[in-house]
Design a protein around this ligand. Structure first.
Ligand SMILES: [Ca+2]
Length: 330
């Protein structure tokens, strides 16, 4: 009798175990399905298609692994994008407009070169702020760098810790971004000065003004060097959609990939107005065209908002790109 009872109990336990195993594995499968589907649905909330593709690609590559990370990145992409222009610009043009804009954007908080780069890699251009693993991409090649790429990213300071004043979140920067050894020929991540440093003798506050700084691959950055921007029709080098070559007047120019052309234009219009520095006529012509063919997207707006949080000024040509047409000569 006891033996029989034991057999019944044992069989019941076995059946329960089998049922729970089947149920749990089914739930597991459902979770995987939910994570993928959920992620795609959340990514679709980003209005900018290029940013959507970027994020989906990083999920596919395994750089982003949780719904929380996806949500955080999407939230940042859709951050408050209200425009800053609270002065009346109606009817203003040329010198009058330039003066009002200069008054508005000059005297920003200069961060210093070390901190500016730390913020750029660690926060402003970091796609993965809420995770220990940094993801930063080169604006010229779209090559992605992450904190696993030791020796492929620029070193700022091993122990540099920054705190985001809005989220109170502390994040380590230098630890993630190790320096490429001297003489390394392979590409690593470094900082592009869209307005070349040699033209302002590496002086501050120009050197650390984030509105014209971007993360770039060291090789492409070295090829761009200090050449003016323009449309290359006879290229001596081309890769990733970028070109170095001669324009229609046989001048050696650098042409960035299409999706960064407008960003370059608006960065240089900002620099010209902020530092009262004239643009070369032929370069200005190309930049005006690029401002139209590569319009402002949400990532560029978000970047403008993020930079303002730290250096307390904005690029008015990102807020209102049509202002370019009201200035006949930069
Ligand atoms: Ca763009």
């Amino acid at each position: 009798m006891i033996k029989k009872d034991f057999r019944i109990i044992f069989s019941l336990v076995l059946v329960c175990f089998l049922i729970s195993t089947v149920v749990l594995s089914a739930l597991d499968e459902r979770d995987t399905e939910t994570w993928e589907k959920k992620a795609v649905k959340i990514v679709e909330q980003i209005p900018d298609l290029a940013a959507q593709r970027e994020l989906l690609n990083n999920i596919k590559l395994g750089n982003i692994t949780s719904i929380e990370q996806v949500e955080s990145i999407v939230k940042r992409s859709n951050a408050d994008l209200t425009t800053f222009i609270d002065v009346n610009l109606e009817g203003l043009k040329d010198d009058a407009l330039r003066k009002v804009l200069n008054d508005k954007i000059k005297g920003h908080t200069s961060l210093g070169y070390r901190r500016a780069r730390a913020l750029m890699y660690g926060s402003i251009d970091n796609l993965n702020l809420d995770n220990d693993r940094s993801i930063v991409y080169c604006v010229y090649s779209r090559k992605t760098y992450n904190s696993g790429d030791k020796k492929r990213t620029e070193s700022i300071d091993e122990n540099l810790v920054e705190e985001d004043s809005n989220t109170r979140k502390r994040f380590l920067i230098g630890k993630d971004l190790a320096l490429s050894p001297k003489g390394q020929t392979d590409g690593f991540l470094n900082c592009e000065h869209t307005w070349p440093q040699s033209l302002f003798k590496k002086k501050e506050p120009m050197r650390s003004d984030l509105h014209h700084l971007f993360p770039t691959d060291s090789i492409v950055n070295a090829i761009r060097a200090h050449y003016p921007f323009g449309n290359s029709i006879d290229s001596v080098w081309q890769k990733h959609g970028c070109k170095l070559g001669t324009d229609s007047d046989r001048r050696l120019v650098f042409e960035p990939r299409d999706d960064h052309k407008g960003n370059v234009a608006r960065a240089l219009f900002y620099f010209s107005v902020r530092y009262k520095s004239p643009l070369l006529d032929f370069e200005e012509k190309a930049l005006r065209e690029w401002n139209k063919i590569d319009p402002v997207d949400n990532n560029e707006r978000r970047r403008n908002v993020e930079i303002e949080k730290f250096q307390h000024n904005r690029n008015p040509f990102i807020d209102q790109p049509e202002l370019v047409d009201s200035i006949s000569d930069f």
